[in-house]
Design a protein around this ligand. Sequence first.
Ligand SMILES: Nc1nc2c(c(=O)[nH]1)N[C@H]1C(S)=C(S)[C@@H](COP(=O)(O)O)O[C@H]1N2
Ligand SMILES: [Mo]
Length: 500
Amino acid sequence: MIVGAVGLGVSYLAAGLLRVRESPVVAVAEGVRDVTPDGVVHWAIDTFQTRDKQVLLIGMFVILAVVFACLGRLARSRWWFTVVGYVVLGAIAGVAVAVKPGFRAVEIAPVFVGFLAWLVGLAVIVQWLRRWELVEASDDAGADPTHTRRGFFVAAGAVGGVAALSGFLGALAGGQREAVERDRRLLRVDQVTKPTLPRGVKIDVDGVAPWQTSADDFYLIDTAFLKPAIRVNEWELRIHGMVDNELTLSYDDLIARGITEDWITLNCVSNEVGGGLIGNAWWSGVLLKSILEEAGVQDGADAVLQTSEDGWTCGTPLSALMEDDRNAMLAVYMNGDPLTVEHGFPVRTIVPGLYGYVSACKWVVDMEVTTFGGIEAYWTSRGWSELGPVKIASRIDVPESGADVSTGSLVCAGSAWKQHTGIEGVEVSLDGGAWTPATLARVPSDDTWVQWRAEVQVDEGDHELRVRAIGNDGDVQTGVERDVLPDGATGWHTVEFSAS
Ligand SMILES: Nc1nc2c(c(=O)[nH]1)N[C@H]1C(S)=C(S)[C@@H](COP(=O)(O)O)O[C@H]1N2
Ligand SMILES: [Mo]
């Protein structure tokens, strides 16, 4: 086990020193995720929420500890078995690292270095173990068992020390993240304004999710084990493909094109009916339409393939990016502050009216103007639909499911959304009775969610409240229940509670 740790520690160190973003262990974890059936991945994301990656990594470390312990036992009798074991582990790590998109040869180095550390560590420990066992077995009065035993522990301690030290140094060298956090704190984009809540957007009922979502409370969904840490002065966006003038923009080049700002609600296609994978923020960024016009989009293109620094991709309908009154942007600030690393620092895309998986590329570094016929993107290659317009939906926040309320008049409230179309009305139904209209708060545009409130009369006993929304296009939210795959869940959010 100690030998195993030294290998991992040294490979972390090498990864840190070589500024390889991911250690071999993380690469294997990503490999495991990629070969895991989608159903299981979904279950994991559901069950562990955003902790799914930590759970997988911890699981891997536990398995590795057991494997190292077994290999260690084997080493006592057949050391070459142990070596074969290390070769197999090293090969798995090597393959996992090599198949990653954007693989560079140097990324293999941590695997090699870690493997060498295993061999050296093994040799040292086995040698002392042998000597100790020999001395114990012989009755040779000249040999001193305590001496050899001490020697063994010193050797084991030294190897363990190297493991701990190199792991620590690796973490230190991987301080890119700290540097990026410093960039964030020092960043100033002059034209960005702080958000001021538009008048009348709050329905003022305790327990309703705030109309504006703070960065900390904003849901997080991505496939990145280690969030890309990108220095502002190293970020570049390449716009190419079916364009007349290929563009490569630095952060300053981007900002120089002028800032647009808007309240926009973003949600995830994997949000279950009544779920929380939705948030609303004040975004500041650069209008994508003007950048694409500058690049000169050629006839026949209908999609933009966006790629993130970590290799994640999404295909976005070009029409949504070029529409006159749709504020599709390369966002740099969220709620008046630079994007957090988790939400895509330094630059991410935001497109009102489309689910995140087809549009909201975080850590975006590449945009290829192309056709849907010619591309495959991360989620669409896994069975999710190509275009990803958001579906009309509504949610009850008050009363909570399972609540005990007083009989008589009951105030209910929540939110409804159909970004870029807007919500015309919301209705509630108590215990399967008639749909009755709720009161809507105000909204600055059709691109955000809207809060609603209604009052119902409840008598003693158990009750069931449901909600549905009606869009500005006359679309009435369906009660037919559909799963999130392939293009978003449908059905009425229903809350059960009792009154006494
Ligand atoms: N680089 C990258 N961008 C990504 C994703 C991802 O996995 N990687 N996930 C997308 C999905 S599915 C959603 S719903 C939104 C979520 O954005 P958020 O985490 O800032 O809320 O980001 C999108 N952008
Ligand atoms: Mo998503």
